[in-house]
Write a protein of this length. Sequence first.
Length: 173
Amino acid sequence: MSLSRRAAREADYAEFVADRQQHLLRIAYAVCGDWHGAEDLLQTSLVKLYLAWHRVHRDGREEAYTRQIIVRTHISDTRRPVFKRERAGLEGWDAAARGDLAYEERSALFDALQQLPEMQRKTVLLRYWLGLSIAEAAADLGIGEGTVKSHASRGLDGLRTVLDPVDAAALER
């Protein structure tokens, strides 16, 4: 590969990362629920993206591929034995997330999301926070479309139960 092509490809990669880094960091945070872990997850994912950039950039699916890397890297990291995982040392020092919701509502939502089982949380995030289609979420997670529907439905029910236990109790009667 010529030096100018390599430089152009690296410039394209750097531009993509500069443009999308904050968005990707928010996705990583939503997946793992910890800002420090999200930064590590994003860094690992961006290294993997860099290694595959020549293929990914050619197809024009950079963001979808990066989301898939983030989700799969987190799955891989959580499957490792506990003694090999890194832990953030500054619990409670995470920066506040920006958003349209009031702080209390946003905090309650993220707390409720963290109470969901892992695949339900990831499915809800991909489908409803990022607005992916069922097929896109299934491809990112490496599961079937029916499984995405099932996890999303159960995840939304779980969120409703946690976020509004009074209404959920009334529905059960």
